[in-house]
Design a protein around this ligand. Structure first.
Ligand code: GLN
Length: 299
């Protein structure tokens, strides 16, 4: 039987040859998963023999990774803020940038009394479940256009003991919440342009769900719809909180201003220093029936 150390070395070399950026780390994570031990515990006994079943499982997961499948799908889980979330091909892998979006929503919510939140396009449930775990919300609704994604989100809610805190509903944009208003509407929508598609890393392009990634010619289709329709689903003074793609913040700010319904937008950078989150409060309604005008504008 091969030792832990020997198996990690071998897998590390194969992953490196394939261009994997951090092959040692990934080899250790995969072996830890196959053995059911934490990565750091591997080092306690590097000379321990790996039982055959675990070696077979490890080999299978290394093969998947070598074929280009994202590490998180092979592991079947990822970390997002305080949560360990199940992920597979049905959902986008939650990204660290999105943790910043959640942070901003939590900060805003901390100043209110038990607000109600809506997460549009919840995917794995990362945003909605983090709000449920870390914040104090009266009510959290999470939607997705993909029924398959919602299965994953529901499973995550169950496993995390948050199923009674988040209500999941299927449908595009605001369709599942027709006639309802929230104190905060948050979304990390698809925002990649068709033009960028060929330049995406293969891992993303070939493995993550297209419906979670792409939004028309400029990548702005869903963001624009959210800006346009959110006033019908926000309470006065409520917050619209959006994650945006590289180079899109200025255009989203422009659209928020042009909508004439929002207070001054604020842009927040991600940990890499890129404009990533755009926030705007719904302004109080004027007395002149501005809202009915707006309803008329809806596409
Ligand atoms: N809300 C989920 C996330 O942030 C999914 C986003 C998406 O599918 N575009 O990870």
């Amino acid at each position: 039987m091969a030792t832990r150390r020997a198996l990690v070395r071998l897998a590390e070399a194969r992953l490196r040859a394939q261009g994997v950026e951090d092959p040692r780390l990934e080899a250790e994570l995969l072996l830890g998963a196959a053995l059911g031990v934490r990565r750091l515990d591997l080092h306690l006994d590097p000379e321990a023999a790996v039982p055959p079943e675990a070696a077979v499982a490890f080999e299978a997961s290394v093969e998947r990774r070598l074929r280009g499948e994202p590490l998180q799908y092979v592991l079947g889980e990822t970390e997002f803020r305080e949560l360990r979330l199940r992920v597979d091909r049905r959902v986008l892998i939650p990204r660290p940038e999105t943790e910043v979006l959640v942070e901003e929503v939590l900060r805003w919510a901390a100043g209110r009394r038990d607000p109600a939140a809506l997460d549009v396009g919840t995917g794995s449930g990362a945003i909605a479940l983090s709000l449920a775990r870390e914040g104090r919300f009266r009510r959290i609704v999470a939607t997705d256009v993909s029924a398959a994604a919602l299965e994953v989100a529901r499973e995550n809610a169950e496993r995390l003991g948050l199923a009674d805190r988040v209500e999941f509903r299927e449908g595009p944009l605001f369709e599942p919440v027709r006639g309802e208003r929230f104190d905060v509407v948050v979304s990390n929508p698809p925002y990649i342009s068709e033009a960028e598609r060929p330049f995406l890393p293969r891992e993303v392009r070939e493995w993550e769900p297209a419906v979670a990634l792409f939004a028309g010619e400029e990548g702005l289709a869903v963001l624009a719809a959210l800006v346009r329709e959110a006033p019908l689903h926000l309470e006065e003074g409520g917050l619209l909180a959006l994650e945006v793609g590289l180079g899109q913040a200025a255009e989203v700010v422009r659209r928020l201003e042009a909508a004439g319904r929002y207070g001054p937008p604020r842009v927040v950078r991600d940990l890499a220093g890129r404009d990533r989150v755009v926030l705007a409060p719904l302004a109080a309604l004027a007395e002149d029936g501005a809202e009915s005008q707006h309803v008329g504008h809806r596409a």
